[in-house]
Design a protein around this ligand. Structure first.
Ligand code: HEM
Length: 365
């Protein structure tokens, strides 16, 4: 036997690793998974710091359940509502998949908002993370657009009225609203175009932005603990705080993900996703999903254009925040002005939302 072969056999014989360990090592050698075990500060494993990850998991659940629904959904106006009903009644576990999709959408919205509130309270949008904050704002806008397009797809009264609002808003925006006009692509129904946006364009852009978002989190490192003295950089903070491997963070996220999938499954069974009857044009009797209640109260008071300027003001305030609030303090108790303004905005949104909850649907169009 050649010498080099004898040597390698000798090395294998002395290898005391189990076959499972060896298989894992072989995979790692090729995929470099242990590179993920880089150190992250201990505070990054607290629940509030995992909200972004939980939002990402909701997104994965949405993609998974959405792929199943796409096999049975028909985006043709004459068939759309009926195809959703068929998913509920004829497709194996169709109601479960649809319910999980419906509840995962709520989870992603709530997760993103709570994550944003955590970033706000810990001042994590401040230098050098302004760009990543803006990416986050863009993703929040896209999540809102995904919720809207998803509502239209079921093509019941609620979806039809949502689309009616959208077309009117498109008209109001003049040239800027061209994409929302049914005339933009006369041969293709607007439902089909919104479907394309819902299943390809919006999730595709979210995915690209999410990759950028996470690369920037890696590049800037997790923001330092907000109780550290103002101006402490992530590098300085890293010298004083114990660390844990990032793989531990991932393990926690996997556990949260399994729990979240279970909770969404239970919700899907107990509270199935709603579907109304085929729409009747010319009437207005429904309310939009709860995330849109605050701009709809504005619409009740000031007319359709209020939805546009209400959303514009909201997203403008979010976008300019890191460029206006540039002080070095990061702990919320030491930022009374920023906290005061945020509380006023939150109170206004809450009151507008409650008002819509207790007001009967009004005719606008
Ligand atoms: C699709 C929605 C989103 C996903 C999946 C997501 C995901 C994440 C993840 C996994 C992290 C790591 C830290 C953590 O989990 O807290 C993170 C950090 C961050 N996110 Fe998001 N995010 C989303 C939306 C947003 C929004 C709406 C904003 C703000 C408007 C935002 C701003 C930031 C910033 C500034 C950081 C750095 C935080 C730090 O270093 O402490 N993200 N995001």
């Amino acid at each position: 036997m050649p010498t080099e072969l004898r040597t390698s056999t000798a090395v294998d014989a002395s290898d005391s690793r189990t076959w499972g360990r060896r298989a894992l090592d072989a995979i790692d050698e090729r995929l470099g998974i242990t590179a993920l075990a880089y150190p992250v500060p201990e505070h990054a494993n607290r629940f509030a710091w995992t909200l972004g990850g939980i939002t990402a998991i909701s997104f994965l659940l949405l993609i998974g359940s959405g792929i199943v629904l796409a096999q049975f959904y028909s985006p043709m106006p004459e068939d759309a509502n009926q195809s959703v009903r068929a998913i509920e009644t004829e497709v194996w576990a169709g109601s479960l998949f649809r319910g999980v999709h419906f509840w995962a959408a709520q989870a992603m919205y709530v997760g993103a908002v709570l994550h944003m509130i955590r970033i706000f309270l810990t001042g994590s949008y401040k230098r050098p993370r302004e760009g990543n904050w803006l990416i986050g704002v863009a993703m929040l806008g896209l999540i809102t657009f995904a919720l809207f397009t998803g509502t239209v797809l079921k093509w019941d009264q609620e979806g039809f009225e949502a689309l009616g609002h959208n077309i009117e808003i498109g008209n109001l925006l003049g040239g800027l609203g061209f994409w929302f006009s049914p005339e933009f692509a006369g041969r293709i129904s607007i439902l089909l175009r919104l479907y394309g946006a819902h299943v390809v364009i919006i999730p595709g852009i979210i995915l690209v932005l999410l990759v950028l978002h996470l690369l920037l989190v890696k590049r800037h490192r997790m923001s330092p603990h907000p109780l550290l003295p103002a101006g402490t950089s992530s590098e300085q903070a890293a010298e004083g705080e114990p660390t844990q491997p990032f793989t531990r963070h991932i393990r926690r996220l996997v556990a949260f993900g399994i729990a979240l999938a279970g909770i969404l499954g239970v919700l899907a069974v107990l509270f199935p996703a709603p579907i109304g009857s085929t729409p009747v044009p010319g009437i207005e009797i429904t309310k939009p999903p709860w995330m849109f209640w605050w701009p709809f109260t504005l619409e009740n008071w000031f007319g359709l254009s209020a939805i546009v300027w209400g959303e514009l003001v909201f997203f403008f305030l979010l976008a300019v925040l890191p460029f206006v609030d540039r002080g070095p303090e990061r702990w919320w108790r030491r930022r009374p002005v920023a906290m005061g303004i945020a509380l006023v905005v939150l109170a206004v949104l809450t009151v507008l939302t409650i008002l819509m909850a207790i007001t009967p649907a009004e005719v606008h169009l």
